[in-house]
Write a protein that binds this ligand. Structure first.
Ligand code: AMP
Length: 187
C-alpha cells in the first residue's frame, strides 16, 4: 500500500521531526506548508510577503493561499511513492480540497494524531524559542497559535474519524519512542 499520511497535531507536537523520520524510512515526499511559507518569506517572494503578517502573529494563512501551494506541490509530484503531509490540512476546507485534489486513486490512508497536552507544548515551544528563534514562537504568538489550533484545526479530527482514518498516537517521550509507536500503528 502506498503511504499517504497526514501528521496531525498542535504546534510543537513533533510533526516536523516525525515527518522527517517517515521520509527517511519509507521514502515519502514531505509536504510541509510551514516550511514552504518560511522559505518564501526568506526569499522575499510575493507569497512570502502575503503570508508573513499572518505567520508572525501566529494566525493561520488564508485557505486559498495554502491550497494553491499544495495544488502545485501535488502537480510536481505525480509519480510519488507516498506523501507525508505535515501541518496540512489545518482547516476542514483545506481537508476537503486535499481530498478532491488527490482523488480516489491517491487518497489519504491514515491520519496520525500526535497527542501532547498543552503544558508540555508550551514547555517545548519555550525551548525551541531559544534554539530556532522563530518569530511565531514568541509568547503572544504561541497563545494565538494554540487557540487557532483549537478553534480551526481540531474539528478536523472529527472529519477524519468519520472517514475511519484517525489514529491517535501518544506524542510524549523521545522522538525515537514516538517514531516506534507510529511505525507499529501503521504497519
Ligand atoms: P508550522 O511550521 O506548520 O507550525 O506553520 C507555521 C505557520 O505557518 C502557522 O502558524 C501558520 O501561520 C502558517 N501555516 C502553515 N501551514 C498552514 C496551513 N495549512 N494553513 C494555514 N496556515 C498555515
Amino acid at each position: 500500500m502506498t503511504l499517504r499520511i497526514v501528521l496531525f497535531g498542535p504546534p510543537a507536537a513533533g510533526k516536523g521531526t516525525q515527518a522527517q523520520r517517515l521520509v527517511e524510512r519509507f521514502g515519502l515526499v514531505h509536504v510541509s506548508t510551514g516550511d514552504i511559507l518560511r522559505r518564501a518569506i526568506k526569499e522575499g517572494t510575493q507569497l512570502g510577503l502575503q503570508a508573513q503578517r499572518y505567520m508572525d502573529q501566529g494566525k493561520l494563512v488564508p485557505d486559498d493561499i495554502v491550497m494553491g501551494l499544495v495544488k502545485s506541490v501535488l502537480r510536481d509530484n505525480v509519480q510519488e511513492q507516498g506523501f507525508v503531509f505535515d501541518g496540512y490540512p489545518r482547516t476542514v476546507t483545506q481537508a476537503q480540497n486535499l481530498d478532491e485534489l488527490l482523488g480516489r486513486q491517491r487518497a489519504i490512508v491514515a491520519v496520525l494524531s500526535l497527542e501532547v497536552d498543552r503544558e508540555k507544548l508550551v514547555a517545548r515551544i519555550s525551548e525551541r524559542r531559544v534554539l530556532e528563534q522563530r518569530k511565531d514562537d514568541s509568547l503572544e504568538a504561541v497563545g494565538v497559535r494554540l487557540d487557532a489550533f483549537h478553534a480551526q484545526t481540531l474539528p478536523l479530527k472529527q472529519y477524519y474519524a468519520a472517514k475511519g482514518l484517525l489514529i491517535e498516537v501518544d506524542g510524549t517521550g523521545s522522538p525515537e519512542e514516538v517514531f516506534s509507536r507510529i511505525v507499529s500503528k501503521i504497519s
